[in-house]
Design a binder for this molecule. Sequence first.
Ligand SMILES: NC(=O)c1ccc[n+]([C@@H]2O[C@H](COP(=O)([O-])OP(=O)(O)OC[C@H]3O[C@@H](n4cnc5c(N)ncnc54)[C@H](O)[C@@H]3O)[C@@H](O)[C@H]2O)c1
Ligand SMILES: [Zn+2]
Ligand SMILES: [Zn+2]
Length: 339
Amino acid sequence: MKVGIVEKPGVLTLAEREIPKVKNAGDVLVKVKRVGICGSDIHILHGKNPFAVYPRVWGHEFVGEVAAAGAGVKSVKTGDRIVVEPITYCGTCYACRQGRPNVCADLKVFGVHADGGCAEYVIVPEANAHLLPEGLPWDEAALIEPFTIGAQACYRGDVRQGDYVLVMGAGTIGLTAASLAKLYGATVIVSDLVDDKLAYAKSRGADFVINSGKEDMPKRVAEITDGMGPNVTIDAVCIKKTFEDAVLVTSTAGRVVELSFNETPSEIAPVNIIKKELTVCGSRLQTKRFPVVIDFIRSGKLSLSGFVSKVYPVSQMAEAFDYTEKNNASVRKVLISFE
Ligand SMILES: NC(=O)c1ccc[n+]([C@@H]2O[C@H](COP(=O)([O-])OP(=O)(O)OC[C@H]3O[C@@H](n4cnc5c(N)ncnc54)[C@H](O)[C@@H]3O)[C@@H](O)[C@H]2O)c1
Ligand SMILES: [Zn+2]
Ligand SMILES: [Zn+2]
């Protein structure tokens, strides 16, 4: 079978490997149909992900069909269409005991710490296989994982009906957070530097958009919220300044959700947190968000159509990475197809 491997930083190859066999009673063999290229895959390719171990089969956003199931598997069967939740955890550490396995002390992310989904066949534990809504096209199903990231950001920010939510960044992740915040009944403001991205955010339901390169973002946000500020600010731009701005613009008793893996410190005066009693939190990957996103799709509330920018056959994997990198200003999601 074909597998996409980052052999070492800078070297991406399409290799041949044996099709794996189900050995554990609780495992399923997945015939992969689509795998999405994420910013973090590009970081792994360039040696910029501190957690990646090489060589590594890349890919954490993948969907496919169950090709075989171990004797103990109950929730899925051969032929079922599934999306893979790409993390495993110990189940016993402090984070796991708090119901937060996404930050498990022994967290393993497929495609980062363990081999991922850019392979014709992949073995995953039954618990990682979630049934897809009936009839959902593969190209849309592959977006479920990124939408769980937006769902987690809203969960961490405790987005509530009637809240004003500012989502900084109309890239892939910002768009997913904005979509989920709308579903939770918030008034959603999205900021970015690219007008086309803002127009797309608007077409997906954002109530207000701000080009922070052309407009005074804090001033506009204050106007929109009648001086209060957004109750939740989600930083999906992830640079030094956006974290600083998030703390400054958020309302009293508000929540700031930081998504950045950036190691550059931001300059934040503690008084700006305590005087408004802000909750400032990180949001990493997701926990229990797959069923949430799948239910929104199943009920017709969340549409993923039109989100994918381009689909490449696996034979053109290198071109797909190249296209994604070179078109960052317009690309939302590029997929690899194994069909
Ligand atoms: N915490 C997590 O679990 C998690 C998961 C996925 C991604 N991320 C992080 O989220 C961030 C966004 O990911 P993405 O895939 O959406 O990236 P992306 O490049 O698609 O989106 C970033 C967006 O920010 C915009 N932008 C840049 N500078 C800006 C500014 N000063 N003001 C407003 N907008 C600005 C860009 O135009 C772009 O649309 C990345 O830093 C990524 O590492 C975190
Ligand atoms: Zn991703
Ligand atoms: Zn754990």
